[in-house]
Design a protein around this ligand. Sequence first.
Ligand SMILES: C[S@@+](CC[C@H](N)C(=O)[O-])C[C@H]1O[C@@H](n2cnc3c(N)ncnc32)[C@H](O)[C@@H]1O
Length: 222
Amino acid sequence: MAYDDIYSRVKDYFGSEPTGIVREHYTRIDKKRPVLDIGTGQGRNAFFLARKGYIVDAIDPSRVAIDTVANIAEKENLPISANQCGFENFIPLTDFYSAILLIGLIQILSWTEINILLKNISTWTSRGSLIFVTAFTVEDPSYEKTVADFRKIGNNSFEKDKKQVHTYLEPGEILTLFRNYKVVYHNEGLGAEHYHGDRPAHRHGMVEAVFLKTDKGEYIIE
Ligand SMILES: C[S@@+](CC[C@H](N)C(=O)[O-])C[C@H]1O[C@@H](n2cnc3c(N)ncnc32)[C@H](O)[C@@H]1O
């Protein structure tokens, strides 16, 4: 898989620091329950939380990602359980999670996959659970090039060579996807300049949000 290749070549491809919303809002997470990091990658957010004393289940289909996270967790004796699987096949190791991280995941999923993800999250959370999410929006500088080079498969969703998917959210669309949750934090705009390995510096059109599940926080099948 493409991420295996990227993670084998580049250490800390997405950086070693946790995502801004995780660093700024993690103290709201209930420590008594584990956190689920879906699409953990090289584990920057899982490590941050585990070093703060949270128990973390980290999942990712990339073998290299999961080996990396498991090795570091073992060396540092961190409470992280790393599982090689996607959210489609994952069987939770607990009744529900105190928080679920979706950092940089939605933008690589099709709408069919996003709907499965939202349904699973609804099942894996309970009242008081938090959802941390970042995703690309149609303001992302890559949007026009994707429209030109990829095949359209859904609303602002595109695919190339049957393996690479880019999906961009419209302004405020994240609030519709999580309309049954309470908004703790929501911001949209151009993110900070950053690098991936030796690629040129760039910025993304992003949405960042933190949602709180309330009694009403059930996924509605339409
Ligand atoms: C853009 S990376 C973000 C990695 C990490 N969350 C971070 O911010 O550093 C997206 C990650 O999602 C993973 N991924 C792709 N499809 C997935 C799926 N179906 N279930 C869980 N993770 C998936 C990829 O392997 C990749 O590691």
